[in-house]
Design a protein around this ligand. Structure first.
Ligand code: MSP
Length: 523
């Protein structure tokens, strides 16, 4: 998909029953990198994240902690979820909470619209519910329990007993949308990504859709159904709508039209909600479906999906405290093929930090700038003449720009970074081959020395621009040290090589100092 007029990217909104772990942080960072990259393309960008605060899961956590659901949500949002934005250096434009009035009134407006259009009806209902998923589960996802749950039916994801619910509910006529959805998938082959996720959704929809229960009467922690306040809106129906309520659905100030449709980054466990239910809801309301739903894999720890309930949850801050936010962002974006599962280990993080960030990138920058200071008193002469070898580096930079930009179009974040890293490696090799410290020994080689260091500094500037979306802190330091003009975040990806220089380089402390990690040394 080429860069359009606007780019609206979202993360899932997170349940506030518990604190964030690195699985949540992963989606946040991915969406942030995409948003920053698009801003640096000059695209009108909006990045939304937030919290999902209704439903039984939150209600029960609050009760277990002896407070009301709203008090619990406020506490978790203020103490854990909003601070995560700083921990990870996120550049979100908005943060929505589903308990905010702007959300609640628009959810009611949307529901009334669907009701008026005849897509809602009332019926008796009995089914097995998983509170962990906040979902009535299909038979295929219910399995016999093991250990303490032997003899009971449990959810295949949460391994917790299912609950039998029997109520009068309002239903959304999801089954009406089987064919329109299949037509939409076919007409928009890039709508669901990666391809494996798309195939799974297509065969699921082909196997037939049931109408969806969208209200509950057995508890009241939710948004009231506008025409019947004995019912609260089903938490997923409420939550999905955040993507349009946050940008002013139903208002006439043009903001909604400016932003919508969105591109959603979601975990593969919640793909069906986003690729089946959500577009059907939108079609029913005569709103365009999202542009793209991209399903990420799971972070695995010790081979298992990392989760709080299984006690494998790692708080993001544990990593950022030791390695910094840049390293966190770089590591997860680089090491995991976006769209597939990936294993986290402290050893791997530490190894990549030292080999790639500290040695590969950080040292390159410090060495080059130290030579400019030493051999040219921090100021490179103008009017240099480049050789073929120097031109090859500039060509490498142009290729890195084009290829990384194309990878971002596919949301292939890891590949985009790999493309940029070809320039890091190319520059390191160039310095090794050109041996500026040898050129510095002969007065006759002075012009050559200037050309080599100038070319290397130019390459470093391109790296700062291209890596800014991923490692914003280190690239700012580098940007200042190479003596570049203008704000780094304002630099265009396409012009990464054409940055303007003041001509004077400055000091640069180690961008990625060595870390003796307690986790890796104890292991
Ligand atoms: N509240 C719903 C989403 C509503 S969106 C309209 C929800 N919340 S969640 O907090 O449980 O999960 C949020 C996201 O975190 C999901 O995309 C989920 O896949 C992701 N992850 C949770 N554990 C994860 C890993 N171990 N690895 C990667 N992502 C993980 O679902």
């Amino acid at each position: 998909m080429a860069s359009g007029d606007s780019f609206y990217v979202t993360t899932p909104i997170f349940y506030v029953n518990d604190v964030p772990h690195i699985g949540h942080a992963y989606a946040e960072v991915a969406a942030d990198v995409l948003a920053r990259w698009h801003r640096q393309r000059g695209t009108d960008t909006w990045f939304l994240t937030g919290t999902d605060e209704h439903g039984q899961k939150i209600m029960r956590s609050a009760a277990a902690n002896g407070v009301t659901p709203k008090e619990w949500a406020d506490k978790l949002v203020e103490e854990s979820w909003k601070p995560l934005l700083d921990t990870l250096n996120l550049s979100n434009d908005d943060f929505i909470r589903t308990t905010e009035e702007r959300h609640e009134v628009r959810v009611q407006k949307f529901l009334s619209k669907l009701d008026d259009a005849g897509f809602i009806y009332e019926d008796e209902f009995e089914a097995l519910y998983c509170v962990g998923c906040e979902e009535f589960k299909p038979e295929s996802e219910i399995v016999p329990g093991e250990g303490a749950n032997e003899g009971q039916l449990v959810c295949a994801i949460h391994s917790k007993p299912m609950e039998l619910l029997s109520e009068r509910n309002y239903f959304f006529r999801l089954s009406d949308f089987q064919q329109p959805l299949l037509d939409y998938y076919e007409a928009n082959p890039d709508f669901i990504q990666p391809a494996s996720a798309r195939n799974e959704v297509v065969s699921f929809v082909k196997s037939g859709l049931h109408d969806l229960s969208i209200s509950r009467t057995s508890f009241d922690w939710g948004i009231k159904v506008p025409w019947d306040d004995a019912h609260v809106v089903y938490v997923w129906f409420d939550a999905l709508l955040n993507y349009i309520t946050a940008i002013g659905y139903g208002d006439d100030d043009g903001e909604f039209e400016r932003r919508w449709p969105a591109q959603h980054v979601v975990g593969k466990d919640i793909l069906r909600f986003h690729a089946v239910i959500w577009p059907a809801m939108l079609m029913a309301a005569q709103i365009a479906p999202p542009k793209r739903v991209f399903a990420t894999g799971w972070l695995l720890v010790g081979g298992e999906k990392m989760s709080k309930s299984k006690l494998t949850g790692i708080p993001p801050q544990q990593i950022t405290d030791e390695f910094g936010a840049d390293a966190f962002r770089y590591y997860f974006m680089r090491a995991i093929h976006f769209g597939q599962d990936g294993s986290f280990s402290w050893e791997d993080l530490s190894a990549r930090y030292h080999a790639e960030l500290a040695n590969g990138f950080g040292n390159l920058a410090s060495r080059v700038l130290a030579m400019v200071r030493k051999y040219f008193d921090a100021e490179l002469p103008g009017g240099i003449e480049r050789h073929q070898d120097d031109e090859r580096i500039l060509e490498l930079a142009r290729t890195a720009i084009a290829n990384s930009d194309a990878a971002i179009d596919r949301f292939a974040i890891d590949q985009a970074i790999a493309e940029v890293w070809k320039l890091v490696d190319g520059l390191n090799l160039y310095i090794t081959e050109q041996q500026p410290w040898v050129l510095a020994k002969q007065e006759a080689d002075r012009g050559r020395l200037a050309a080599v260091l100038d070319t290397a500094v130019r390459g470093l500037g391109a790296l700062a621009v291209l890596l800014h979306p991923v490692i914003p802190v280190a690239t700012e330091k580098l940007w200042a040290a190479i003596g570049a003009e203008g704000e780094l975040a304002q630099q265009r990806i396409a012009d990464a090589l054409e940055w303007r220089s003041t001509g004077r380089v400055g000091e640069l402390d180690a961008l990625f100092p060595r870390v003796e990690s307690a986790e890796t040394t104890d292991a």
